[in-house]
Design a protein around this ligand. Sequence first.
Ligand code: FES
Ligand SMILES: [Fe+2]
Length: 360
Amino acid sequence: MIAKSFVQNAWYVAGMSAEFATNKLQGMVIAKKPIVIWRTGEGKVVAFDDRCVHKRMPLSCGKILENGTLECSYHGFTYDGNGKCVAIPSQMDVPIPSRAKLKPFPVIEQDGVVWVWTGDPDKMSKARPPRTPEFVSDEWDNYTCPPIHVPANYLLLIENLLDITHFYPLHDGNIGDLANSKIPIEFIEQEVDGNPSIKTVRKVNNYRHPPFLVDWFGYETVDRIHTHQMSNPGLTRVRLRCAPPGQLDTAAERGYILHHSHTPIDETSHIWRWTITVPKGQRGLDPGKTTMERMKEMFPAVVDQDRWALERQQKMFAYAEDGYSEVHLRSDKSILIVRKILEALEKGVIKDPDKSWLAA
Ligand code: FES
Ligand SMILES: [Fe+2]
C-alpha cells in the first residue's frame, strides 16, 4: 500500500464534539462511505448510510422534524434515531416494508472527539479509538483548526508526520533545520487501545532551537524529547518536551502535544485536523502572550508548507510506475512499518496487535 488506497476497517475522526450541534444534519464521506451524522435530542451522535432507501437522495439534505425523526427532502420517507423508516407520507395506508432501514455506522464519542467505524463491525476486534484525555482536561489548553481538505492520499500525511527529516528543507527557518534531521531515532512498537502502532523518539541535548520554537518556548538551546506516534490509521500524536540543558522533568520544562487526525475521503483526498494542546498558561519568548496564542498565529504557515508538498506528491501518482522505485533512508523505517501495519489492517489479517512489525 503506497498511498493508493486506505484502510476500511478502522476508526476515523468524523469531527470534534463541538462540531455536532443537536439535530444539525451533516453529510460527509469517510473512506468512500456516504454518511449522514447528527446529534439526537438525547445527546447521542448517530451515523447512517446517507442514501435514502427510496431513491438514494442524500438524507443530509433533509431535516429533523419536531419529534426528532429525520425526513428525506425528496418524497418524505421519515426515519427514527435507529435508522428505521417510520413514515412514508404518500402511502400511510400500507405497512412500511421491514427493509426500509438505514445501514448504521458504529459511533464512539470520547474525550471530545466523534469517531466512526467505516468497516465491517465484525472486524473491529480489539481496536478502539485512541484516547485523547488532554482534550477534556483542565490542565491543558486546546485549539483545533477547522477541517482542512487535502487533495492527497492520507498515507502521505501520516508519513509526513512520522518522518520529520523533511523539517530540512521544507520547514527550514521556521520549525526545522538540518541538525534536526540528524538526531538519532529510536523506534518503539506499542499497542494503543487495541491498535498496532509505531512510535519514533528523538532525544537531543544542547540543541539550538529553530526560530519558531524559540518563540513558542522562550529557550534558545535545549535538551529535547520529540515523539511521533501513529496511534491508529486515523490519528497521529506528536509530543515535544524541552527545557534548558539538564532541566527536563523540572518546572522549567515546556512543550506541546499535537494531534493530527487524518480521515480518508477516498484514495486521493482526506480531511486533516490538527489540535494544539499546551499546558495551561504556558508562555514563551513574549511574556505577554501564551504559547497557544503564538502557535495559533504561526503554526498554519508550517501546515501550508506540508500541504503544498502533499498535493504535489499526490499528482505524481497519476503516472505509470515505468520502472520507478523509492529509495529509503534509515529514517524511513517507521514509514515502512506503518505501511506494513496499514496493509495488514486493509487485508484484515491483523489478529494480534502486539505482533512485531519491526521484524515482519
Ligand atoms: S428519495 Fe427519499 S423519500 Fe424518495
Ligand atoms: Fe511538516
